[in-house]
Design a binder for this molecule. Sequence first.
Ligand code: 13P
Length: 256
Amino acid sequence: MANERRPLIAGNWKMHKTIKESVELVDGIIGSLAKQPVEGVDVLVCPAFTALERVSKRLSGTDIALGGQNCSHLREGARTGEISPLMLLDAGCTFVILGHSERRSYFHETNEMIGAKVKLALECGLRPVLCVGEALEQREQGRTFDVLRTQIEGCLTGLAAEQLAKVTVAYEPIWAIGTGRTATPETAQEAHRFIRGLIASLSMAQVANGTRILYGGSVKPENAASLLAQPDIDGALVGGASLKADAFYAIITSAR
Ligand code: 13P
């Protein structure tokens, strides 16, 4: 089967930007892409919840997709402070980031909880971007592959092949997030290839060959091209550099 993985460049804005700033940022990205379109690359932005609806309005008529940064494992109910995947859909999202290492560490999300979110997000019609990645200590102890296996299997086991086909994975080594320390292209490629093998073992090679696996962790215009040139790196999940339209656009162009 032909490999049809179009590169995806996703911006995770985390807890940054007011509504006004979010609109300015997305207008900057739209403007750059209108002036100099980039063919063959999918683009996703994931603003704060408060900015979703306004950003969604700006994105209408463009090819840029909108995503949330988290959602509940429940459709609705008494869960003060949580947000339902249905609410994200209502605000215009088609994607949702799940299991980010910041959610895992600061909010104690387990693989079991994240797996329930992935399942419900899919049932509701959202496409999850499942984040996985090892801590520095785990890498130094030679446990990277064990950690990735536990995370992938813990979050994705039990999904039907057609559900799994809608999941994007983001490999984000924790030691590379916000540190300026990027994984080398070779180190990242090794992890990506391993993750693709895990997905194949959960379903079938055909699904795994179509799964987009993004790299995240200090991706910048200067290092994006060498990472994206790796055979199993299908895009990037960008934090800091996605907060500036010109830097984010430069990363999009390097995925071409
Ligand atoms: P940085 O690009 O700021 O390292 O963040 C990566 C990240 O966590 C994206 O989800």
